[in-house]
Each structure stands twice: as C-alpha cells, then as structure tokens.
Write a protein that binds this ligand. Structure first.
Ligand code: BGP
Length: 474
C-alpha cells in the first residue's frame, strides 16, 4: 500500500526564475526577462502593456535570480542530500536558440544543460524537463508576434529535434508547455502575447492555443521517434472549481470554469477538441487556424501522462451579491468561507488536491504527476540563515496526506510529486524574492541584494525523512 516503490519525489524550478546569467554564453533575451517587479507587472504578464525596452538601469529579477547558472552543482548536491529521485527544471529556449529562428543551435547553451543533467544522474536523480516554462525568445515575440504565428510551431519543432537527440539517454521525462492554460489568464507568459489596441484578444489567445497544442503533439511524436523510452506529459494549472451554493446555476458556473482549463488537456490527452469548446468558439466567432493534417496529428500523438500544478481550489457563483474575490491570484475565484489563505491570499485546501486528482484521473485515465505544489511565505531566517518553517511543513504534510488518500483509497495512478521552488527563487506572479517556497533559503532580497548563500531550513530535514519513508512519516 502507499505510494509506488519507484515514486518520483523531488522538487521543481524554472529557468527564468532561478538561473540568472541572462546574457551569458550567447543567451538571447526572452519575454519573461522583461516582466518588471512592481505595479506594472500585472499589465505586462497579461499582455496589456508592452515592455520591449530592456532598461539596464532597472532591476529585472531574471537578470541574476539566484544565480543557479553558476551554482547548480551546489544546489543539486543539496537536492541529492534530501534524497530527490527527480528534479524538475526547464530549459531556457533562448540559451539554445538565442533568437529562436536560427538554423543552428548555440553549443554553449546545449552544453550547459548536458552538464547539468549529468550532474543529476551522478546522484541518481532523474531530470524532468519542461521544454518551455513561460519563456519565448524575444526575437520571436517581436518579429512574429510569438505564438499567434504558426511559424512558431516550426521553430519549436527544431528545438525539440535538437534537445531530444542531444539529451537522449540523459532525460526521459518531458513536459511540453508549463501550465498551458495560462495562455488564457497570463497570455504574455503563456504564449508571449501582447495586444495592440482594438485587437480581438479572444481570437488571438485561442489561435495561439491551437499552435501550442499542435507543437505539443509534434514534440510528443518526435520524442517517441527519437527514443521510445521518452515519456511526455502535458501540464495544467489545476485546481477544482467549487460551486458557492448547491443552486444549479452555481454548480453549472463551476463546471464551466473547470472546462475552460480542461479544454487544453482534453486535446493533449484525448487528442480532440471537445464539443463544448468548439460550440463556445463558434458562438464567440473564434476561428481556429486548423490546417490539413492538424487534427490527425493531435489525435495520433497524445501525451503519456498528465501533469499539473496545484496550489488552491476555486469558487464560483452566479449571485452578484457574493463578490468577495481572493486576492493575489491570476485565477478568478471567490473567497471560500471555509478555508484559510496564505499571506498572498491563496486559499489552502488539501482535500481540493484529492478532488483534483480524482477529477483528472476519472477524465483522462492516464498516470498523473503533481509537478508543482507548495506554500509561498515570508521566511525570517536567524543569523545563520536557518528558518523554522513549520507552516510550510504543515502545508506540505497535509497535501501529501491528501494525495496519499487519492492513491490508497481512490486508486489514482500517481507517478510522482515535485514541490514548487524546492530552493527559494523568484516568484512568477510578483517577480519578488520575498515570496519563498524552498527547503533551502537563499540570501537574496527583492532589490537583488544578498550573498546568495544557501542554507537549509527546518523543512529540509523534514522532506528528507518524507522521501526516506516513501511518504509514510509526515
Ligand atoms: C506557477 C508557475 C511557477 C511558479 C508558481 C508559483 O503558476 O508555473 O512558475 O512561480 O506558479 O507562483 P508564484 O511564483 O507567483 O508564487
């Protein structure tokens, strides 16, 4: 009973949020480099405001982040000490193709990840690689309008050819797009999109979605051709939607909110555009740029497993007097009177994870992988950098307990669990350092000051014990 013997315990990061070294060894600029900290960030990540001038006098988190680019050996050694079986990271596309549309890749970028994967393997850590985690070379954004253009599918295909061949035997688990449904909620992050005045945003978002879905199917095809051992997953920003009351209209509103996100996974996992989405697009006058052969590709190259991030559940109502929203979240949700929230207003709901696991398993009948979960909190270190983060331990323990119930009691097939930000890193939502998720504290503040020294928090040894006992001792 309990988790499978080969359960993949580990942690997750994303290139742009931890590497830094934004202009070293030939790396090109990417969209996410240009998201500033502060009041404009929201408008930039939703594509409402253009940020195309990389002002060198201004602080951008991605410039140095936690400098994992130079410190990955130290960091991976710490992950190994915790007993990680897997480490989820992302490749920065613009390290490998600095502009995105070149014919030949940048060897320095390719070599960097090869060394990093070898370092993981040295400790028996299986890399789990996200091919794009909110990043798109800036040149592709400026020249082609990013994923609104079909040409991106071809550039992504080139990237896939290069990385699958180069890392054959080193990497087995791949994710095509991080939180693909983010196209709808933060389109500059999800698809490099920004909007000109008067543009039909809905049309552009779904057009970009078709291109990413197609690129994902092509990636799956190539991955399997290059090495039948490759396992490819899709990745959803998940979180069950609850009805505020049992009023049928509220239940229906919650169902519709779920579907808006499941739409992407329905295509990647079942291989077809679902009827409800096609009807909805027809009503809204959205035209998917489907070309000959596209639907066959989507049908034939579905993913091997379904991965997702889970932080919170969401609540929907049709009653206008129920209008207290949660704060600090990209997803719209009403405040749930039964739940506590994090300092950033993210509602804490471990049972929601069990519900989400069941929903996804019922719907897709494929192995699942939780590739992000965690608590963003303000940590206060002592003079040695030690943090007593009992709140994080409690959050994670409750979520692991819920996923255990989903496995043991409900029979969900779960491959693994990687906590988000296993080492403190830059927040995607706020661009700040003060929202921390790690087992490892990094001495770095919001303005980019600090020694970057790493130190173990209390949760470090706790997670080590969780892994050692395969989730029995929480
Ligand atoms: C997910 C992203 C991550 C990560 C996480 C936490 O949406 O895939 O990149 O950052 O959320 O969010 P935040 O950093 O805003 O706290």
């Amino acid at each position: 009973m309990g988790f499978r013997k080969d359960f993949l315990w580990g942690g997750a990061t994303a290139a742009n949020q931890c590497e830094g070294a934004y202009n070293l060894d030939g790396r090109g600029l990417a969209n996410v480099d240009l998201a500033p900290v502060g009041p404009d960030r929201g408008a930039v990540i939703t594509g409402e405001m253009k940020m195309f001038d990389f002002d060198d006098n201004h602080f951008y988190p991605a410039k140095e982040a936690i400098d994992m680019y130079h410190r990955y050996k130290e960091d991976i050694a710490l992950f190994a000490e915790m007993g990680f079986k897997t480490y989820r990271l992302s490749i920065a596309w613009s390290r490998i193709f600095p502009k995105g549309d070149e014919a030949e890749p940048n060897e320095a970028g390719l070599k960097y990840y090869e060394d990093l994967f070898k370092e993981c393997k040295k400790y028996g850590i299986e890399p789990l690689v996200t091919i794009t985690h909110f990043d798109c070379p800036m040149h592709l954004v400026e020249k082609y309008g990013a994923w609104r253009s079909r040409e991106l599918v071809g550039f992504y295909e080139n990237l896939c050819h290069v990385i699958f061949n180069r890392y054959k035997g080193l990497v087995k688990y791949w994710l095509t797009f991080n939180e693909i449904n983010m196209i709808l909620h933060a389109p500059f992050m999800g698809a490099g999109l920004y909007f000109e005045e008067g543009e039909d945003k809905e049309q552009i978002k779904y057009q970009a979605a078709h291109h990413e879905l197609l690129a994902s199917a092509i990636a799956t095809k190539i991955a399997h051709e290059v090495d039948p051992e490759n396992q490819v997953g899709c990745m959803l920003a998940a979180g069950a939607n609850y009805a505020y009351t049992s009023k049928p209209e509220d239940v229906w509103a919650a169902r519709k909110a779920d579907r808006e996100n499941y739409f992407f996974i329905d295509v990647q996992s079942r291989g077809e555009y679902p009827a409800y989405a096609l009807k909805e697009m027809e009503r809204k006058g959205i035209k998917l740029p489907i070309e000959e052969g596209d639907l066959e590709l989507l049908k034939e190259h579905t993913v091997d497993f379904v991965s997702f991030s889970y932080y919170s559940s969401r609540v929907q109502s049709t009653d206008p007097s129920i209008n207290e929203q949660t704060s600090g979240n990209i997803f719209e949700s009403l405040k749930n009177p039964y739940l506590e929230a994090s300092e950033w207003g993210w509602q804490i709901d471990p049972l929601g994870l069990r519900i989400t696991l069941n929903d996804l398993y019922d719907r897709y009948q494929k192995p699942l992988f939780i590739v992000e979960n965690g608590l963003g909190a303000i940590d206060t270190p002592d003079e040695n950098g030690y943090v007593v983060d009992d709140y994080r331990i409690e959050y994670l323990a409750e979520h692991i307990k819920a996923m255990k119930d989903a496995v043991e009691i409900d029979g969900v097939d779960l491959l693994g669990y990687t906590t988000w930000g296993c080492i403190d890193l830059v927040s995607a939502g706020t661009g700040e350092m003060k929202k921390r998720y790690g087992f490892i504290y990094v001495d770095r503040d919001n303005e980019g000051n600090g020694t970057l020294k790493r130190s173990k928090k209390k949760s470090f040894n706790w997670y080590k014990k969780v892994i050692e006992t395969n989730g029995e001792d929480l």
